[in-house]
Design a protein around this ligand. Structure first.
Ligand SMILES: *[C@@H]1O[C@H](CO)[C@@H](O)[C@H](O)[C@H]1NC(C)=O
Ligand SMILES: *[C@@H]1O[C@H](CO)[C@@H](O)[C@H](O)[C@H]1NC(C)=O
Ligand SMILES: *[C@@H]1O[C@H](CO)[C@@H](O)[C@H](O)[C@H]1NC(C)=O
Ligand SMILES: *[C@@H]1O[C@H](CO)[C@@H](O)[C@H](O)[C@H]1NC(C)=O
Ligand SMILES: *[C@@H]1O[C@H](CO)[C@@H](O)[C@H](O)[C@H]1NC(C)=O
Length: 504
């Protein structure tokens, strides 16, 4: 090779490395609240919530009005946000996983962490995993692309937490948790470090974990992905000493305030370490509010019903995207979903999404150009999806068609009887059609007789649904594999008698 050629190569090489340094891949923080309704945040209109840090992200970032999750309950919604695929494909249905579940998110599913890992990302998760534990931790996050984990691997009411105190600190919280299972464990990676978990200091532990993780990554100059599926604001609501009694909404408001304070600590640490400019923060929640807890539960705002239902209150969620100087502050009415996070992160990190059948689309046009959304439709699966019934509802443009409706125990006790457990499965032929822009509360269905102009919309929705269902391959039900008490996480595995002896 002649000298000029070598110099050319050198020049190209230097150009490439300079470009790589100047546009280092962005960091991602994904925040996922639990059973939080469309109307629960201050920035979504709740008059008495105290969410100053989330409100600030919304004011300086992009707030979504039409953002959907894929399920009105926890585990399936969590499977979808991490894989960009409907839960029916990964088998995370019906309902949710339990401490002794044999199943979990199949290991051949590609999570966001696994998409980013090969690019050199540092990956961590803290909080409520709820995608399985399994035999010897088969399904823990450390087996799905996360370098480190601190958290309770399922819901914090899935164990005897009847001694949990609320406010004042010596007063018992309202309600009961599950009995006859092991007490709630706190895991670090694959090891139980506390059982039962110290609930009142849990948020502080998470906050410290996040701070250390961000500092370490920033110090090493390593791009990072932090996923925080919070246990707040799931039942039973509680807060540690710094937030208990500090909101105007009782234990729910305190729990939300505590979650919000961790958001504040995360943003502060990003600023302090100088990486805020290169970090996309995304916030949303797994499903609608658990209305059966009455005034102690969450609030769907003006959306109909809540958790467990395919009405808007069950699956339309608050969502905020914040990226300093990159995302123009505002409000977007574009259609988007938790399914779209994986393809968007992949694109921003400079890689391709996994080859498996994806249901998510890249939403960067919404984030950076004000739209339009690449998402054409949203499909609403019930808590127990089946090939027999298929999707219960479809959203296309401003219209939503319900093919089936059903109430849910989780949404009992509301004034609207359509939400209740006693509102049994009902088929609608023709489908119940609503204009969600004029009528977001789904109060006034449009009858084709009075609105002949919507006939073509219904036909298109039916075709979309048929095409979607024809392409849907149901994965083996992981919840259907059942539970085995021997699989419940126990820090003293050979103790006797179980489950009470599992403490350390
Ligand atoms: C994972 O494996 C199962 C069982 O072999 C298969 O049905 C499924 O399609 C696979 N999933 C992916 C994403 O490859
Ligand atoms: C699970 O762990 C136990 C104890 O460490 C061990 O005896 C057993 O062989 C493991 N089982 C499997 C399937 O790896
Ligand atoms: C609850 O408190 C009682 C009395 O202090 C104690 O005996 C019991 O073990 C506690 N239960 C749990 C699950 O911590
Ligand atoms: C972000 O970048 C801008 C300009 O590049 C700079 O002025 C600002 O200080 C940075 N902010 C942080 C928090 O790093
Ligand atoms: C409309 O829907 C909301 C939310 O479900 C409900 O509270 C309200 O009573 C309904 N209004 C009418 C007129 O039906």
């Amino acid at each position: 090779m002649g000298l000029p050629l070598v110099l050319d190569f050198l020049a190209i090489f230097m150009c490439l490395s300079v470009r790589r340094v100047s546009s280092s891949p962005p960091n991602f923080i994904l925040l996922f609240a639990d059973d939080l309704g469309f109307g629960d945040l201050g920035c979504y209109g709740h008059p008495n919530s105290l969410t100053p840090n989330l409100d600030k992200l919304a004011a300086k970032g992009l707030r979504f009005t039409d953002f959907y999750v894929t399920s009105p309950v926890c585990s399936p919604s969590r499977a979808s946000i991490l894989t960009g695929r409907y839960q029916t494909r990964s088998g995370i249905y019906p309902g949710v996983l339990y401490p002794g579940s044999r199943g979990g998110l199949p290991l051949n599913e590609t999570t966001i962490a696994e998409v980013l890992k090969p690019l050199g990302y540092n990956t961590a998760i803290m909080g409520k995993w709820h995608l399985g534990v399994g035999l010897n931790g088969t399904y823990l996050p450390t087996r799905q692309g996360f370098d480190s984990y601190l958290g309770i691997p399922y819901s914090h009411d899935m164990g005897p937490c009847h001694n949990l105190t609320c406010f004042p600190p010596d007063v018992k919280c309202f309600g009961f948790c599950d009995r006859g299972v092991v007490t709630v464990p706190l895991m670090h990676n694959e090891v139980i470090i506390q059982q039962p978990v110290d609930f009142l200091n849990l948020e502080t532990a998470y906050s410290n974990f996040a701070t250390t993780f961000i500092r370490d990554s920033a110090q090493k100059g390593q791009p990072f992905f932090l996923y925080y599926p919070s246990h707040h604001t799931h039942y039973p609501q509680f807060a540690g000493p710094r937030a208990a009694g500090k909101s105007r909404r009782g234990p729910f408001g305190d729990a939300l305030l505590e979650l919000d304070s961790t958001v504040g600590h995360i943003v502060h640490t990003l600023k302090e370490t100088g990486v805020l400019n290169n970090t996309l923060i995304f916030f949303t929640a797994d499903n609608g509010p658990e209305l059966m807890r009455m005034s102690r539960g969450g609030n769907a705002g003006l959306m109909k019903c809540g958790k467990g239902t395919t009405y808007e209150g069950g699956m339309r969620e608050p969502a905020i995207a914040y990226w300093h100087d990159r995302i123009t502050p505002g409000v977007t009415h574009e259609l988007a979903s938790s399914l779209d996070i994986l393809p968007t992160f992949a694109m921003l990190a400079g890689t391709r999404p996994p080859k498996a059948a994806l249901d998510g689309v890249d939403m960067s046009s919404i984030l950076f150009q004000g739209g339009p959304s690449q998402r054409e439709a949203m499909f609403y699966y019930p808590t127990d999806p089946s090939e027999k019934y298929g999707v219960f509802a479809v959203r296309l443009g401003k219209y939503k068609a319900h093919f089936y409706t059903r109430g849910a125990t989780h949404s009992d006790t509301t004034p609207d009887h359509d939400c209740h457990m006693t509102a049994f499965l009902k088929e609608h032929d023709p489908p119940l059609l609503f204009d969600l822009e004029a009528d977001p509360s789904e109060n006034y269905s449009l009858s084709p007789d009075e609105h002949p102009e919507v006939e073509w919309v219904l036909q298109r929705m039916q075709r979309l649904r048929d095409d979607f269902q024809a392409s849907m391959v149901f994965g083996e039900s992981q919840v259907g594999r059942g539970s085995d008490p021997a699989l419940e996480p126990c820090c003293t595995p050979s103790c006797n008698p179980k489950p009470d002896c599992c403490r350390c």
